[in-house]
Design a protein around this ligand. Structure first.
Ligand SMILES: N[C@@H](CCC(=O)N[C@@H](CS)C(=O)NCC(=O)O)C(=O)O
Length: 269
């Protein structure tokens, strides 16, 4: 399979710009990590980071189609194809995608060996920790058919422990890996930033997130970044119509293709 047009995914989601990165995603915290990274690269002037973004509606089962599975055998968003390489490179797992883009463009990853190691420490910390927040706490607190006290308490304690780890780190430094904003922040912020901002599971009061003042300061700095604002809009399929850019194919789409502009306000979830 040497070109995008040969790839099964091109049938359902024909590439608007076959030469660009092709992102197949949904704007959950794991999806937002990648759209924020791509928008940060573009904001920094990296034109090769231009991308087409398609919605994989995980509520409708798009992730189980054989076309999507050909990119991610694990059937989860986000997934991406880079057709600028020979052969084309398939990418899945948000951490792998962030690291691939950081290395490809040599950006948002520290240059020194020590800085890089610290960035990887926190990037992999997120990959191991967020499942306790999402699959553990979030599932039992917000989604399970009954309120089971034991798992709610167990995962709430673990999430509070994680928030404390982040808070202590951010008491010493501006960003997760040091003075510079990096892919470690992009991985951790969509989960733990949303949590302390009260936007995840309506659990801010239950978890007393106001205690984690350094995490709150860090979250407020990151959410104000223009690229983060745009990254949160890509593939968005709920909320205010002007915040939803379901498919992104060009920078100008943020001005012309949001749901309020194209006149359809139905939410997908
Ligand atoms: N470790 C993966 C997790 C990806 C993941 O859990 N994606 C979820 C959405 S946040 C998904 O696609 N769920 C669909 C399903 O499980 O069927 C990553 O970081 O990319």
């Amino acid at each position: 399979m040497n070109s995008l047009t040969d790839h099964p995914i091109a049938v359902r989601w024909p590439p608007a710009h076959p030469e660009r990165l092709q992102l197949y995603s949904f704007p959950t915290p794991n999806g937002v990590k990648v759209t924020v990274m791509l928008e940060e690269l573009l904001e920094a002037g990296i034109k090769e980071a231009e991308y087409d973004a398609y919605i994989i509606n995980i509520g409708e089962g798009d992730q189980f189609g054989s076309d999507f599975v050909a990119i991610n055998p694990n059937s989860k968003i986000p997934a991406m194809m880079d057709h600028s390489t020979t052969p084309p490179t398939r990418l899945f797992e948000s951490g792998s995608i962030l690291l691939y883009l950081a290395e490809k463009f040599d950006m948002f990853i520290p240059k020194s060996a020590a800085g890089r190691a610290e960035c990887m420490n926190w990037l992999f910390w997120q990959m191991g920790s967020a499942p306790y927040l999402g699959g553990g706490f979030g599932h039992f607190y917000a989604y399970a058919p009954e309120k089971f006290e034991y798992p709610i308490n167990r995962f709430a304690m673990e999430v509070k422990r994680e928030l404390d780890v982040l808070d202590k780190n951010l008491a010493e430094r501006r960003f997760m890996a040091g003075d510079e904003y990096s892919i470690a922040d992009m991985a951790i912020w969509p989960w733990y930033g949303a949590l302390v901002a009260g936007k995840l599971y309506e659990a801010a009061e239950f978890l007393s997130v106001h205690e984690y003042k350094n995490v709150i300061r860090w979250q407020e700095e990151i959410i104000a970044r223009p690229a983060v604002k745009r990254g949160r809009m890509v593939n968005r399929a709920w909320g205010e119509p002007e915040s939803q850019l379901r498919e992104r194919h060009d920078a100008s789409d943020f001005d012309t293709k949001t749901q309020d502009k194209i006149g359809e306000a139905d939410n997908l979830l």
